[in-house]
Design a binder for this molecule. Structure first.
Ligand code: ADP
Ligand code: MG
Length: 300
């Protein structure tokens, strides 16, 4: 969601919420502020306090409990691990909400590309392989993430400098179904749920979303990582229209070659049935296209 919710009451350093002691704020998302916190049993954790403007609405509460339930449901090495959730008492207002996950160290893919530029081929394939594994796991479990974008893809670095991809933020995740009516009930006409630059055409049109919706967003994430920018940019309305109608501009990155653009055309097909069927299949097609681009460049 693009709305910028203010944190009405920030948590102070040293504040205690249940058994968690707040150490410092580390990031801000569309729905909450993330803190590093300490727990006597779990050690250091990521503690996300949901903005009051979200947590104090029926829709915000529903989104929160869906996020907690779905984050806890799929255990996978490429999906952030759920630890806990609860409420933050306030003397003068309704309780706030918090969700606790394992603490990751590193940066999200959005920040990484902003700071370092497009990924090289080796890093691209590492990220896409692991992201594909995470997506296939949630699709096999019967869910759709619906908010796949570079800032929800974390590059976690361990003490040996090994990078592991962790998919974050299940706040928009839903059971997958070919029937869009249940989801539409929660999404009144005119309300945009998602980030325009990373939304599939069927999300823009408020239609049913399935695994294919995430696979389109996966294609957008790969495009972004290769090019350093998403294919469609500009005002929100223009981007939404482009997702539905416009062919992505050919990749003007160092990878640019016919095979890569053919891959992007399929990954970003406007018609869900014409896209890749599984995330693993999409990854394999990317690896093939990139190897052709490398062969083309070295004159073989
Ligand atoms: N477990 C974590 N450890 C470290 N940083 C995290 C963790 N989870 C999220 N982040 C950072 O915080 C940002 C916001 O978190 P996210 O769960 O996506 O919140 P929101 O639902 O508000 O978008 C992410 O883009 C990422 O940079
Ligand atoms: Mg997020």
């Amino acid at each position: 969601m693009s709305a910028n919710y203010p944190a009405i009451r920030a948590l102070d350093v040293g504040a205690q919420v249940d058994d968690y002691v707040i150490i410092e704020p580390i990031a801000r998302g569309g729905y909450g502020v993330l803190y590093r916190a300490e727990h006597p049993l779990h050690g250091e954790v990521a503690f996300k306090a949901i903005y009051d403007a979200v947590s104090q609405t029926v829709e915000g509460q529903r989104r929160f409990f869906d996020e907690a339930r779905l984050t806890g449901q799929v255990e996978h090495e490429n999906i952030v691990s759920f630890i806990d959730c609860g409420t933050i008492d306030h003397p003068e207002a309704l309780p706030g909400l918090y969700i606790v996950t394992e603490l990751l160290s590193g940066v999200d893919l959005q920040t990484y590309v902003e700071q370092k530029g497009p990924l090289d081929m080796h890093s691209m394939l590492l990220v896409s392989r692991q992201l594909a594994d995470a997506l296939d796991a949630i699709h096999d479990a019967g869910f759709v993430h619906r908010d796949l974008k570079p800032e929800n893809v974390f590059l976690d670095v361990d003490e040996h400098d090994v990078v592991r991809v962790k998919l974050l933020d299940f706040g928009l995740a839903r059971p997958s179904s070919s029937d869009g009516r249940r989801r539409r009930r929660h999404t009144p006409a005119g309300v945009i749920v998602g980030t325009p630059e990373f939304m599939a055409p069927e999300q823009v049109l408020n239609g049913p979303s399935g695994a294919a919706t995430d696979l389109y967003a996966f294609g957008l994430v790969i495009y972004y990582a290769l090019a350093g920018v998403p294919p469609f940019r500009g005002g929100q309305q223009d981007v939404l229209v482009a997702q539905v109608k416009t062919t992505p501009p050919p990749l003007a990155s160092r990878y640019g070659c016919a095979a890569v653009d053919a891959f992007i055309d399929k990954a970003l097909s406007k018609w869900p049935s014409q896209r890749f069927r599984r995330a693993g299949e999409l990854h394999e097609a990317l690896a093939q296209a990139l190897s052709q681009s490398k062969a083309a460049k070295s004159g073989r």
